[in-house]
Design a protein around this ligand. Structure first.
Ligand code: HEM
Length: 147
């Protein structure tokens, strides 16, 4: 397993493979939710916190929920995002925020540590890798600002 951040090139959007459904199957919905929520808790203390609604508890809780709803759906789970937010439109939904390669790296690196700890919980490394690879590549699509 190698959770390394691939260098993105501005404007290049490589093809994306969804996470293997085995990841969600092994992790389970509750642990999956904790993963996404823990990521947001790390964001709150990070250099990219300014992008997020960290000063409004309700808005921040909503942001966490939306991220969870989307990621569980893309991982083959319940279609919560579709039910509450509609079409994914991830590029458009990120457009109002200044996301550069540096911010992408911070965002991803916060996930790397959290995913590493799933190994000790018995989650298959190939599934963790597949979830990581999805984040690594798809996050390139959301970079909308040159560093
Ligand atoms: C694979 C990568 C990513 C995925 C799947 C993802 C997913 C999401 C989702 C589902 C939302 C909620 C959209 C909505 O319902 O309106 C969201 C919001 C957001 N994301 Fe991402 N994101 C990713 C990467 C990033 C990166 C790299 C950054 C910045 C460095 C970022 C910054 C934000 C911000 C600022 C919001 C808005 C929060 C708010 O005010 O509600 N995202 N993201």
């Amino acid at each position: 397993m190698k959770l390394t951040v691939t260098d993105g090139e501005f404007g290049v959007r490589p093809p994306v493979t969804k996470p293997h459904p085995g990841f969600l199957h092994e992790v389970g919905e509750e642990r999956f939710k904790k993963l996404v929520y823990d990521h947001y808790d790390l964001i709150e203390k990070s250099d990219i916190s300014f992008l997020f609604p960290v000063h409004d508890e309700e808005d921040f809780a909503e942001a966490k929920k939306h991220a969870f709803d989307f990621l569980i759906q893309i991982s083959g789970g319940p279609r919560y995002f579709e039910q509450t937010r509609g079409e994914p439109r991830m590029v458009g939904r990120h457009a109002p925020f200044r996301i550069d390669e540096q911010g992408r790296k911070v965002w991803l690196t916060l996930y790397a540590g959290l995913l590493e700890s799933l190994v000790d919980e018995g989650i298959s490394e190939e599934y963790i890798q597949s979830f990581w690879d999805y984040l690594d590549i798809f996050s390139m699509w959301l970079v909308n600002t040159k560093s």
